[in-house]
Write a protein that binds this ligand. Sequence first.
Ligand code: ASP
Length: 511
Amino acid sequence: MKLKMPKLHNQILIALLLGALFGSFFKINTHRLVLKYEKEKLLIEEKIEKWSKFVFIKHGETIDSLTYGSDQQLEIIAQFAKFKKNKQKYEVVVFNFFNKEQQKLIEENQYQNVLLIDKEETLAQSIKWLGDIFIRLLNMIAVPLVVASLIVGAASLGDIKKFARIGSKTLSLYIGTTAIAITFGLIAANLVAPGEIMNVETKEKLMSVYDSDVSSRLENEVGFSISNMLVELVPKNPFGAIASSEMLQIVFFSVMLGMVLTLIKKEKAEPVINFFDGLSDVMIKLVDIVMLIAPIGVFALIAATVSEFGFDILQTLIWYSLTLIGGLLLHTFGTYSLLLKVFSKIKVIDFFKAIRRVQVIGFTTSSSVATLPVNMEVCHESLGISKSLTSFVLPLGATINMDGTAMYQGVAAIFIAQVFGIDLNIGQQLTIILTAVLASIGTAPVPGVGIIMLIIILKAVGIPQEGIALIMGVDRILDMCRTATNVTGDAAVCCVVASSENEIGKINLDN
Ligand code: ASP
Protein backbone atom coordinates (compact mmCIF):
# COMPACT_ATOMS: atom_id res chain seq x y z
CA MET A 1 0.00 0.00 0.00
CA LYS A 2 1.29 3.42 -0.91
CA LEU A 3 1.30 5.94 1.94
CA LYS A 4 -0.09 9.31 0.94
CA MET A 5 1.53 12.44 2.35
CA PRO A 6 -1.06 14.43 4.35
CA LYS A 7 -2.07 17.82 2.94
CA LEU A 8 -0.10 20.84 4.11
CA HIS A 9 -2.70 22.09 6.61
CA ASN A 10 -2.88 18.62 8.14
CA GLN A 11 0.90 18.42 8.24
CA ILE A 12 0.91 21.70 10.16
CA LEU A 13 -1.72 20.47 12.61
CA ILE A 14 0.19 17.24 13.17
CA ALA A 15 3.37 19.25 13.71
CA LEU A 16 1.58 21.34 16.32
CA LEU A 17 0.46 18.29 18.28
CA LEU A 18 3.79 16.48 17.98
CA GLY A 19 5.66 19.67 18.95
CA ALA A 20 3.50 20.10 22.07
CA LEU A 21 4.16 16.46 23.01
CA PHE A 22 7.87 16.78 22.36
CA GLY A 23 8.01 19.99 24.39
CA SER A 24 6.22 18.44 27.35
CA PHE A 25 8.55 15.44 27.22
CA PHE A 26 11.69 17.58 27.20
CA LYS A 27 10.41 20.03 29.76
CA ILE A 28 12.68 22.32 31.70
CA ASN A 29 13.70 20.74 34.95
CA THR A 30 12.40 23.06 37.65
CA HIS A 31 14.82 21.60 40.19
CA ARG A 32 17.95 22.28 38.22
CA LEU A 33 19.97 25.46 37.73
CA VAL A 34 22.95 26.30 35.58
CA LEU A 35 25.52 28.41 37.34
CA LYS A 36 28.42 30.13 35.59
CA TYR A 37 31.18 31.58 37.73
CA GLU A 38 34.76 32.68 37.51
CA LYS A 39 37.50 30.94 39.48
CA GLU A 40 41.18 31.66 39.05
CA LYS A 41 40.48 33.39 35.72
CA LEU A 42 38.63 30.33 34.44
CA LEU A 43 34.96 30.36 33.47
CA ILE A 44 33.27 27.37 35.03
CA GLU A 45 29.78 26.09 34.33
CA GLU A 46 28.12 23.90 36.88
CA LYS A 47 24.72 22.29 37.18
CA ILE A 48 23.04 22.41 40.54
CA GLU A 49 20.34 19.93 41.23
CA LYS A 50 18.03 19.13 44.12
CA TRP A 51 19.27 21.85 46.44
CA SER A 52 17.59 22.02 49.81
CA LYS A 53 18.46 25.63 50.47
CA PHE A 54 19.85 28.29 48.18
CA VAL A 55 21.26 31.43 49.77
CA PHE A 56 22.62 34.72 48.47
CA ILE A 57 25.16 36.07 50.95
CA LYS A 58 26.39 39.63 51.22
CA HIS A 59 29.58 40.41 53.16
CA GLY A 60 29.38 37.02 54.87
CA GLU A 61 25.86 37.74 56.15
CA THR A 62 22.85 35.56 55.45
CA ILE A 63 19.64 37.48 54.91
CA ASP A 64 16.34 35.65 55.39
CA SER A 65 14.65 37.24 52.40
CA LEU A 66 17.48 35.98 50.17
CA THR A 67 17.13 32.36 51.25
CA TYR A 68 15.24 30.08 48.93
CA GLY A 69 13.81 26.56 49.09
CA SER A 70 14.03 23.67 46.64
CA ASP A 71 10.97 24.73 44.63
CA GLN A 72 11.93 28.35 44.08
CA GLN A 73 13.91 28.11 40.85
CA LEU A 74 12.11 31.07 39.26
CA GLU A 75 12.55 33.26 42.33
CA ILE A 76 16.29 32.52 42.43
CA ILE A 77 16.71 33.40 38.74
CA ALA A 78 14.64 36.59 39.15
CA GLN A 79 16.62 37.65 42.23
CA PHE A 80 19.92 37.07 40.45
CA ALA A 81 18.68 39.12 37.47
CA LYS A 82 17.93 41.98 39.88
CA PHE A 83 21.45 41.83 41.34
CA LYS A 84 22.94 41.79 37.89
CA LYS A 85 20.89 44.77 36.78
CA ASN A 86 21.98 46.75 39.84
CA LYS A 87 25.57 45.52 39.37
CA GLN A 88 25.56 44.05 42.88
CA LYS A 89 27.75 41.10 43.73
CA TYR A 90 26.59 38.36 46.03
CA GLU A 91 28.11 35.09 47.01
CA VAL A 92 26.01 32.03 46.47
CA VAL A 93 25.82 29.14 48.91
CA VAL A 94 23.99 25.97 48.08
CA PHE A 95 23.07 23.51 50.82
CA ASN A 96 21.93 20.00 50.45
CA PHE A 97 20.40 18.32 53.46
CA PHE A 98 20.05 14.62 53.98
CA ASN A 99 17.14 15.01 56.33
CA LYS A 100 15.13 18.15 55.81
CA GLU A 101 13.44 18.16 59.23
CA GLN A 102 16.61 17.71 61.22
CA GLN A 103 18.65 19.61 58.63
CA LYS A 104 21.53 17.12 58.50
CA LEU A 105 23.94 18.71 56.13
CA ILE A 106 25.50 16.49 53.51
CA GLU A 107 26.90 19.09 51.20
CA GLU A 108 27.58 22.81 51.17
CA ASN A 109 29.03 24.59 48.16
CA GLN A 110 30.04 28.20 47.93
CA TYR A 111 30.40 30.13 44.71
CA GLN A 112 31.97 33.51 44.21
CA ASN A 113 32.06 35.75 41.14
CA VAL A 114 28.84 34.28 39.81
CA LEU A 115 28.11 35.53 36.28
CA LEU A 116 24.95 33.67 35.42
CA ILE A 117 22.19 31.70 37.06
CA ASP A 118 19.61 30.29 34.70
CA LYS A 119 17.49 27.32 33.74
CA GLU A 120 19.10 24.50 31.81
CA GLU A 121 18.38 24.39 28.09
CA THR A 122 16.54 21.26 26.99
CA LEU A 123 16.56 19.45 23.65
CA ALA A 124 13.23 21.05 22.79
CA GLN A 125 14.75 24.50 23.25
CA SER A 126 17.89 23.72 21.35
CA ILE A 127 15.81 23.35 18.17
CA LYS A 128 14.05 26.69 18.61
CA TRP A 129 16.34 28.27 16.00
CA LEU A 130 14.47 26.32 13.32
CA GLY A 131 11.28 28.08 14.38
CA ASP A 132 13.08 31.42 14.53
CA ILE A 133 14.14 31.00 10.91
CA PHE A 134 10.54 30.29 9.97
CA ILE A 135 9.27 33.44 11.72
CA ARG A 136 12.03 35.54 10.16
CA LEU A 137 11.15 34.25 6.70
CA LEU A 138 7.52 35.22 7.21
CA ASN A 139 8.51 38.63 8.54
CA MET A 140 10.89 39.06 5.62
CA ILE A 141 7.96 38.58 3.25
CA ALA A 142 5.44 40.63 5.23
CA VAL A 143 6.73 44.18 4.78
CA PRO A 144 7.37 44.14 1.00
CA LEU A 145 4.12 42.22 0.57
CA VAL A 146 2.11 44.80 2.52
CA VAL A 147 3.71 47.69 0.62
CA ALA A 148 3.27 46.12 -2.82
CA SER A 149 -0.19 44.71 -2.31
CA LEU A 150 -1.62 47.77 -0.59
CA ILE A 151 -0.36 50.04 -3.37
CA VAL A 152 -1.86 47.77 -6.02
CA GLY A 153 -4.97 47.18 -3.89
CA ALA A 154 -5.63 50.89 -3.35
CA ALA A 155 -4.84 51.70 -7.00
CA SER A 156 -7.15 48.95 -8.27
CA LEU A 157 -10.08 50.18 -6.19
CA GLY A 158 -10.17 52.71 -8.96
CA ASP A 159 -11.89 55.71 -7.53
CA ILE A 160 -11.97 57.56 -4.25
CA LYS A 161 -15.68 56.82 -3.76
CA LYS A 162 -15.17 53.06 -3.90
CA PHE A 163 -12.13 53.43 -1.69
CA ALA A 164 -14.11 55.39 0.91
CA ARG A 165 -16.96 52.86 0.80
CA ILE A 166 -14.74 49.83 1.27
CA GLY A 167 -12.54 51.66 3.76
CA SER A 168 -15.42 52.69 5.97
CA LYS A 169 -17.04 49.23 5.84
CA THR A 170 -13.74 47.63 6.79
CA LEU A 171 -12.97 50.06 9.58
CA SER A 172 -16.41 49.89 11.13
CA LEU A 173 -16.39 46.08 11.07
CA TYR A 174 -12.94 45.99 12.62
CA ILE A 175 -13.85 48.44 15.36
CA GLY A 176 -17.29 46.89 15.93
CA THR A 177 -15.96 43.36 16.36
CA THR A 178 -13.22 44.63 18.66
CA ALA A 179 -15.76 46.39 20.88
CA ILE A 180 -17.87 43.19 21.01
CA ALA A 181 -14.75 41.21 21.99
CA ILE A 182 -13.89 43.47 24.94
CA THR A 183 -17.48 43.58 26.09
CA PHE A 184 -17.52 39.74 26.15
CA GLY A 185 -14.24 39.82 28.03
CA LEU A 186 -15.57 42.24 30.64
CA ILE A 187 -18.79 40.28 31.13
CA ALA A 188 -16.87 37.02 31.53
CA ALA A 189 -14.33 38.53 33.94
CA ASN A 190 -17.10 40.08 36.07
CA LEU A 191 -19.09 36.84 36.14
CA VAL A 192 -16.21 34.45 36.88
CA ALA A 193 -14.32 36.98 39.05
CA PRO A 194 -10.97 35.15 38.71
CA GLY A 195 -9.14 37.77 40.77
CA GLU A 196 -11.34 37.19 43.79
CA ILE A 197 -10.51 33.46 43.80
CA MET A 198 -6.73 34.00 43.81
CA ASN A 199 -4.99 33.34 47.12
CA VAL A 200 -2.56 35.74 48.78
CA GLU A 201 0.50 33.43 48.55
CA THR A 202 0.16 33.04 44.78
CA LYS A 203 -0.21 36.80 44.48
CA GLU A 204 2.96 37.44 46.49
CA LYS A 205 4.93 34.78 44.67
CA LEU A 206 4.01 36.17 41.25
CA MET A 207 4.70 39.75 42.32
CA SER A 208 8.18 38.83 43.57
CA VAL A 209 9.16 36.69 40.57
CA TYR A 210 8.13 39.21 37.94
CA ASP A 211 8.64 42.59 39.57
CA SER A 212 11.96 43.27 37.83
CA ASP A 213 10.39 42.41 34.44
CA VAL A 214 7.60 44.84 35.23
CA SER A 215 9.90 47.70 36.14
CA SER A 216 11.84 47.28 32.89
CA ARG A 217 8.57 47.42 30.93
CA LEU A 218 7.32 50.43 32.84
CA GLU A 219 10.57 52.21 32.01
CA ASN A 220 9.75 51.87 28.30
CA GLU A 221 6.21 53.07 28.71
CA VAL A 222 5.07 55.43 25.97
CA GLY A 223 2.63 58.30 26.21
CA PHE A 224 -0.67 57.61 24.51
CA SER A 225 -3.32 59.95 23.18
CA ILE A 226 -5.54 60.06 20.10
CA SER A 227 -3.75 63.13 18.72
CA ASN A 228 -0.43 61.43 19.24
CA MET A 229 -1.71 58.33 17.47
CA LEU A 230 -2.77 60.41 14.46
CA VAL A 231 0.56 62.18 14.30
CA GLU A 232 2.39 58.86 14.55
CA LEU A 233 0.35 57.54 11.64
CA VAL A 234 2.23 59.74 9.21
CA PRO A 235 5.79 58.61 8.46
CA LYS A 236 8.45 61.29 8.31
CA ASN A 237 10.32 59.06 5.95
CA PRO A 238 8.56 56.09 4.33
CA PHE A 239 11.82 54.21 3.93
CA GLY A 240 12.53 54.69 7.61
CA ALA A 241 9.07 53.30 8.40
CA ILE A 242 9.71 50.31 6.15
CA ALA A 243 13.14 49.72 7.67
CA SER A 244 11.76 49.68 11.18
CA SER A 245 8.56 47.77 10.27
CA GLU A 246 6.26 50.54 11.53
CA MET A 247 3.15 48.85 10.21
CA LEU A 248 0.62 51.67 10.67
CA GLN A 249 2.91 54.14 8.90
CA ILE A 250 3.59 51.65 6.11
CA VAL A 251 -0.15 51.14 5.62
CA PHE A 252 -0.73 54.90 5.54
CA PHE A 253 2.01 55.56 3.00
CA SER A 254 1.09 52.65 0.71
CA VAL A 255 -2.61 53.48 0.64
CA MET A 256 -1.83 57.13 -0.14
CA LEU A 257 0.53 56.12 -2.90
CA GLY A 258 -1.97 53.68 -4.38
CA MET A 259 -4.76 56.24 -4.32
CA VAL A 260 -2.71 58.97 -5.90
CA LEU A 261 -1.66 56.59 -8.67
CA THR A 262 -5.26 56.76 -9.89
CA LEU A 263 -5.01 60.54 -10.16
CA ILE A 264 -2.04 60.76 -12.53
CA LYS A 265 -1.81 59.99 -16.26
CA LYS A 266 -2.47 56.33 -17.07
CA GLU A 267 0.76 55.81 -19.00
CA LYS A 268 2.77 57.06 -16.03
CA ALA A 269 0.81 55.13 -13.43
CA GLU A 270 0.78 51.83 -15.26
CA PRO A 271 4.48 50.89 -15.04
CA VAL A 272 4.49 51.71 -11.32
CA ILE A 273 1.39 49.59 -10.70
CA ASN A 274 2.79 46.76 -12.82
CA PHE A 275 6.02 46.83 -10.88
CA PHE A 276 4.28 46.54 -7.52
CA ASP A 277 1.85 43.96 -8.91
CA GLY A 278 4.81 41.84 -9.97
CA LEU A 279 6.48 42.32 -6.62
CA SER A 280 3.33 41.27 -4.79
CA ASP A 281 3.05 38.10 -6.94
CA VAL A 282 6.66 37.23 -6.20
CA MET A 283 6.03 37.65 -2.48
CA ILE A 284 2.94 35.42 -2.62
CA LYS A 285 4.99 32.79 -4.45
CA LEU A 286 7.61 33.08 -1.74
CA VAL A 287 4.92 32.32 0.84
CA ASP A 288 4.23 29.04 -0.98
CA ILE A 289 7.89 28.12 -0.74
CA VAL A 290 8.25 29.15 2.91
CA MET A 291 5.13 27.17 3.78
CA LEU A 292 6.97 24.01 2.79
CA ILE A 293 8.98 24.30 6.00
CA ALA A 294 5.96 25.41 8.05
CA PRO A 295 5.56 22.01 9.74
CA ILE A 296 9.18 22.11 10.92
CA GLY A 297 8.87 25.73 12.07
CA VAL A 298 5.61 25.09 13.89
CA PHE A 299 7.03 21.97 15.53
CA ALA A 300 10.15 23.76 16.78
CA LEU A 301 8.30 26.84 18.05
CA ILE A 302 5.64 24.98 19.96
CA ALA A 303 8.13 22.47 21.38
CA ALA A 304 10.37 25.26 22.71
CA THR A 305 7.45 27.19 24.23
CA VAL A 306 5.83 24.18 25.87
CA SER A 307 9.17 23.00 27.23
CA GLU A 308 9.93 26.40 28.72
CA PHE A 309 6.55 27.42 30.09
CA GLY A 310 4.58 24.17 30.07
CA PHE A 311 0.83 24.19 30.15
CA ASP A 312 0.99 23.72 33.93
CA ILE A 313 1.97 27.36 34.30
CA LEU A 314 -1.65 28.07 33.42
CA GLN A 315 -2.60 26.26 36.65
CA THR A 316 -1.35 29.09 38.87
CA LEU A 317 -3.76 31.38 37.11
CA ILE A 318 -6.24 28.80 36.04
CA TRP A 319 -9.43 30.87 36.43
CA TYR A 320 -7.96 33.92 34.76
CA SER A 321 -6.63 31.80 31.89
CA LEU A 322 -9.87 29.85 31.51
CA THR A 323 -11.94 33.04 31.50
CA LEU A 324 -9.84 34.48 28.71
CA ILE A 325 -9.53 31.28 26.68
CA GLY A 326 -13.30 30.68 27.02
CA GLY A 327 -13.99 34.23 25.84
CA LEU A 328 -11.60 33.87 22.91
CA LEU A 329 -13.22 30.59 21.84
CA LEU A 330 -16.68 32.11 22.09
CA HIS A 331 -15.66 35.11 20.02
CA THR A 332 -13.72 33.09 17.44
CA PHE A 333 -16.33 30.42 16.87
CA GLY A 334 -19.45 32.33 17.94
CA THR A 335 -19.21 35.96 16.89
CA TYR A 336 -17.37 35.30 13.62
CA SER A 337 -19.66 32.38 12.68
CA LEU A 338 -22.68 34.57 13.23
CA LEU A 339 -21.13 37.42 11.29
CA LEU A 340 -20.32 35.11 8.38
CA LYS A 341 -23.70 33.41 8.46
CA VAL A 342 -25.59 36.68 8.33
CA PHE A 343 -23.38 38.84 6.14
CA SER A 344 -21.26 36.57 3.97
CA LYS A 345 -21.70 34.20 1.07
CA ILE A 346 -18.97 31.92 2.37
CA LYS A 347 -20.17 28.93 4.36
CA VAL A 348 -19.04 29.02 7.98
CA ILE A 349 -17.68 25.48 7.77
CA ASP A 350 -15.67 26.27 4.62
CA PHE A 351 -14.28 29.36 6.28
CA PHE A 352 -13.00 27.45 9.30
CA LYS A 353 -11.65 24.63 7.13
CA ALA A 354 -9.64 27.07 5.03
CA ILE A 355 -8.51 29.20 7.91
CA ARG A 356 -7.08 26.53 10.24
CA ARG A 357 -3.63 26.88 8.72
CA VAL A 358 -3.73 30.61 9.42
CA GLN A 359 -4.86 29.97 12.99
CA VAL A 360 -2.06 27.51 13.68
CA ILE A 361 0.58 29.87 12.28
CA GLY A 362 -0.91 32.76 14.31
CA PHE A 363 -0.94 30.56 17.41
CA THR A 364 2.65 29.37 17.09
CA THR A 365 4.28 32.61 15.92
CA SER A 366 2.19 34.93 18.19
CA SER A 367 2.49 37.53 15.48
CA SER A 368 -0.27 38.85 13.24
CA VAL A 369 2.24 40.37 10.87
CA ALA A 370 4.17 37.12 10.45
CA THR A 371 0.84 35.39 9.77
CA LEU A 372 -0.28 38.02 7.27
CA PRO A 373 1.34 36.48 4.17
CA VAL A 374 -0.36 33.14 4.92
CA ASN A 375 -3.68 34.84 5.62
CA MET A 376 -3.52 36.70 2.29
CA GLU A 377 -2.72 33.53 0.43
CA VAL A 378 -5.50 31.51 2.06
CA CYS A 379 -8.16 34.22 1.65
CA HIS A 380 -7.29 34.68 -2.00
CA GLU A 381 -6.50 31.15 -3.11
CA SER A 382 -8.72 29.04 -0.86
CA LEU A 383 -11.65 31.34 -0.13
CA GLY A 384 -11.62 32.92 -3.59
CA ILE A 385 -11.62 36.55 -2.44
CA SER A 386 -10.31 38.98 -5.05
CA LYS A 387 -6.70 40.03 -4.71
CA SER A 388 -7.54 43.70 -4.64
CA LEU A 389 -9.67 43.17 -1.54
CA THR A 390 -7.35 40.83 0.35
CA SER A 391 -4.52 43.25 -0.45
CA PHE A 392 -6.34 46.09 1.20
CA VAL A 393 -8.41 44.58 4.00
CA LEU A 394 -5.93 42.07 5.45
CA PRO A 395 -2.80 44.24 5.91
CA LEU A 396 -5.03 46.86 7.51
CA GLY A 397 -6.52 44.19 9.76
CA ALA A 398 -3.16 42.74 10.76
CA THR A 399 -2.17 46.21 11.90
CA ILE A 400 -5.26 47.60 13.58
CA ASN A 401 -7.69 44.76 14.20
CA MET A 402 -6.89 42.82 17.34
CA ASP A 403 -10.02 41.41 18.90
CA GLY A 404 -8.14 38.79 20.91
CA THR A 405 -5.71 41.36 22.26
CA ALA A 406 -8.51 43.76 23.18
CA MET A 407 -10.44 41.01 24.99
CA TYR A 408 -7.27 40.02 26.80
CA GLN A 409 -6.67 43.60 27.88
CA GLY A 410 -10.22 43.85 29.23
CA VAL A 411 -10.06 40.56 31.14
CA ALA A 412 -6.58 41.33 32.48
CA ALA A 413 -7.58 44.80 33.70
CA ILE A 414 -10.60 43.47 35.59
CA PHE A 415 -8.56 40.56 36.96
CA ILE A 416 -5.81 42.81 38.31
CA ALA A 417 -8.38 45.19 39.81
CA GLN A 418 -10.07 42.25 41.55
CA VAL A 419 -6.79 40.97 42.99
CA PHE A 420 -6.02 44.43 44.36
CA GLY A 421 -9.54 44.70 45.75
CA ILE A 422 -10.51 47.63 43.54
CA ASP A 423 -14.18 47.87 42.61
CA LEU A 424 -14.64 49.24 39.12
CA ASN A 425 -17.86 51.10 38.44
CA ILE A 426 -19.71 51.16 35.11
CA GLY A 427 -17.97 54.39 34.06
CA GLN A 428 -14.55 52.85 34.59
CA GLN A 429 -15.55 49.69 32.72
CA LEU A 430 -16.73 51.83 29.79
CA THR A 431 -13.38 53.63 29.89
CA ILE A 432 -11.72 50.20 29.66
CA ILE A 433 -13.76 49.40 26.53
CA LEU A 434 -12.83 52.68 24.90
CA THR A 435 -9.14 52.61 25.78
CA ALA A 436 -8.84 48.92 24.89
CA VAL A 437 -10.26 49.59 21.39
CA LEU A 438 -7.67 52.34 20.92
CA ALA A 439 -4.87 50.40 22.58
CA SER A 440 -5.52 47.33 20.44
CA ILE A 441 -5.31 49.51 17.32
CA GLY A 442 -2.02 50.90 18.54
CA THR A 443 -0.66 47.48 19.52
CA ALA A 444 2.10 46.41 17.14
CA PRO A 445 1.30 43.05 15.55
CA VAL A 446 4.25 41.26 17.11
CA PRO A 447 4.60 39.00 20.16
CA GLY A 448 4.07 40.39 23.63
CA VAL A 449 3.08 43.96 22.83
CA GLY A 450 -0.47 43.55 24.13
CA ILE A 451 0.81 43.50 27.71
CA ILE A 452 2.67 46.79 27.22
CA MET A 453 -0.44 48.49 25.89
CA LEU A 454 -2.32 47.09 28.88
CA ILE A 455 -0.31 49.47 31.06
CA ILE A 456 -2.10 52.38 29.36
CA ILE A 457 -5.51 50.91 30.16
CA LEU A 458 -4.56 50.29 33.79
CA LYS A 459 -3.38 53.85 34.07
CA ALA A 460 -6.60 55.22 32.56
CA VAL A 461 -8.74 53.66 35.29
CA GLY A 462 -6.29 53.89 38.19
CA ILE A 463 -5.35 50.23 38.62
CA PRO A 464 -1.78 49.70 39.93
CA GLN A 465 0.45 49.10 36.92
CA GLU A 466 2.73 46.76 38.88
CA GLY A 467 -0.23 44.37 38.68
CA ILE A 468 0.98 43.14 35.30
CA ALA A 469 3.49 41.06 37.30
CA LEU A 470 0.56 38.81 38.16
CA ILE A 471 -0.08 37.81 34.56
CA MET A 472 3.43 37.98 33.11
CA GLY A 473 4.16 34.27 33.57
CA VAL A 474 1.23 33.13 31.45
CA ASP A 475 1.52 35.91 28.89
CA ARG A 476 3.41 33.89 26.28
CA ILE A 477 0.81 31.13 26.11
CA LEU A 478 -2.13 33.55 26.17
CA ASP A 479 -0.43 35.67 23.49
CA MET A 480 -0.57 32.60 21.24
CA CYS A 481 -4.29 32.17 21.89
CA ARG A 482 -5.18 35.84 21.38
CA THR A 483 -3.14 36.07 18.17
CA ALA A 484 -5.09 33.10 16.71
CA THR A 485 -8.27 35.10 17.37
CA ASN A 486 -6.75 38.29 15.93
CA VAL A 487 -5.92 36.67 12.59
CA THR A 488 -9.27 34.85 12.37
CA GLY A 489 -10.99 38.22 12.86
CA ASP A 490 -9.06 39.76 9.98
CA ALA A 491 -10.09 36.95 7.65
CA ALA A 492 -13.75 36.98 8.79
CA VAL A 493 -14.08 40.71 8.14
CA CYS A 494 -12.39 40.26 4.77
CA CYS A 495 -15.04 37.65 3.83
CA VAL A 496 -17.87 39.95 4.88
CA VAL A 497 -16.52 42.97 2.99
CA ALA A 498 -15.82 40.79 -0.07
CA SER A 499 -19.36 39.38 0.00
CA SER A 500 -20.90 42.84 0.17
CA GLU A 501 -18.77 43.93 -2.78
CA ASN A 502 -19.34 40.73 -4.77
CA GLU A 503 -15.64 40.09 -4.87
CA ILE A 504 -15.76 36.37 -4.13
CA GLY A 505 -14.87 33.80 -6.73
CA LYS A 506 -14.58 30.05 -6.43
CA ILE A 507 -13.72 28.39 -3.14
CA ASN A 508 -10.89 25.89 -3.33
CA LEU A 509 -10.25 23.94 -0.17
CA ASP A 510 -7.90 21.43 -1.77
CA ASN A 511 -4.58 23.12 -1.21
N1 ASP B 1 0.86 39.08 19.45
C1 ASP B 1 -0.30 39.85 19.12
C2 ASP B 1 -0.42 39.92 17.61
O1 ASP B 1 0.57 39.94 16.91
C3 ASP B 1 -0.27 41.21 19.71
C4 ASP B 1 -0.37 41.09 21.23
O2 ASP B 1 -1.49 40.88 21.72
O3 ASP B 1 0.66 41.11 21.91
O4 ASP B 1 -1.50 39.96 17.09
